[in-house]
Design a protein around this ligand. Structure first.
Ligand code: BGC
Length: 359
């Protein structure tokens, strides 16, 4: 990129960053390409490249990430690609041009984002893959939850409630490695029941970009094709569960069909305590965001993050930190999501008569 273009890109970026309420440091080329390392002194500059803020959780990830960086004296430059791969690649280029010391990426597309890692590494900037794995590249660290286990928990919950019957699986975006891992976990639990002839998977579509409207369409189709003879919907997150439940609504099947989810979105937690959605998976975001920030600072300073496992991304075994997910239904909402302060009782139980609220 020409210098003048870079300045313009820097100005646009700063405007966006200021508009988004992030760090408001003036654009500067100083320190560009320092790329972290043992000699790094002064405030660490972290680039945070996010796919989307569409699902509620990502807003929380962003807020906690930025707040903790501030506590540690690091500067964060956040960019959000709104589900657009070329946008995410351009934004990452801009962050590198601005001399970040470390890059944290939530990839929209786990394959395409490998090019972001390659460029960062060529500039000497370490990369953390956040929540979603970036494939086939030299990622320095992967921080996430145990995603296959989440798939297993969703499927096991459904199987405990519906040991026999017709199942629909609504997966997430096929471009997101997490969606694929969830499906692996779900099938690990369901396949033996299919083999025994206890359950039948009558449809297993993936929802493009995790869109609720895609889930709605897929569920409508599955219901039509099976004359509403569906007993369980293993939906991979709360957004898609919302779409599935909308389809059930028009057939007056809400509460009669088991529906799983993930993220503990407020709307989903409300549906769970109202008996409209069976369960969700609660993933505490604070440990994830905090660990990403702390390890970003370490990597920028040339230190090695403490990890307990690795995950193969098709090229290397990426050192990984994988947090524990928690299965939540109406019975343990109070002792998990609410006790943790993730949501308040009055918000989750807003549509439930007061005498039914947890004590
Ligand atoms: C995340 C989920 C999220 C989904 C859609 C997945 O990679 O792990 O928490 O609901 O993306 O954004």
């Amino acid at each position: 990129m020409r210098y003048a273009n870079r300045l313009i890109a820097g100005w646009v970026l700063t405007t966006l960053v200021v508009a988004a309420g992030c760090v408001t440091a003036p654009p500067t080329e100083q320190g560009a390409g320092t790329g972290g390392g043992a000699n790094k002194t002064g405030p660490v500059r972290i680039g945070f490249s996010m796919d989307t803020l569409k699902e509620e959780r990502w807003q929380r990830d962003k807020e906690l990430f930025e707040a903790h960086a501030k506590e540690l004296g690091a500067q964060v430059f956040t960019e959000v690609a709104n589900g657009d791969d070329s946008q995410q690649v351009n934004q990452a280029d801009n962050l590198l041009t601005r001399g970040i010391d470390v890059l944290v990426v939530v990839p929209h597309n786990g394959e395409i984002a490998a090019s972001i890692v390659n460029k960062a590494k060529a500039a000497g900037v370490p990369v953390i893959s956040y929540d979603r794995l970036i494939k086939n590249s030299d990622v320095d660290l992967y921080v996430s939850h145990q995603v296959e286990k989440i798939g297993e928990m969703q499927a096991q919950y459904a199987l405990d409630k519906v040991p026999k019957g017709n199942y629909v699986l609504i997966g997430g975006a096929p471009t997101d490695n997490n969606a694929l891992l969830l499906r692996v976990g779900q099938k690990r639990i369901l396949d033996p029941a299919v083999a025994r002839g206890d359950i039948k998977i009558v449809a297993d579509p993936m929802a493009r970009d995790w869109l609720p409207v895609e889930a709605l369409k897929h569920t409508e189709n599955a219901l039509t094709q099976n004359s509403n003879n569906v007993q369980a919907i293993v939906s991979s997150n709360d957004g898609t569960a919302g779409g599935a439940i909308q389809a059930l609504e028009s057939q007056r099947l809400v509460g009669k069909v088991v529906v799983t989810g993930q993220d503990a979105d407020l709307a989903a937690c409300q549906r769970v305590v109202e008996g409209r959605q069976s369960m969700t998976i609660y993933k505490p975001i604070k440990p994830l965001a905090y660990s990403a920030v702390e390890n970003a600072v370490k990597l920028a300073r040339g230190e090695k993050p403490a990890t307990s496992t690795t995950v193969n991304n098709g090229k290397i075994d990426v050192p990984a930190i994988l947090e524990e997910p928690i299965s939540v239904d109406a019975n343990n909402m109070a002792t998990t999501v609410i006790k943790d302060g993730f949501w308040k009782t009055e918000d989750v139980y807003k549509n439930v008569p007061r005498d039914k609220w947890p004590k």
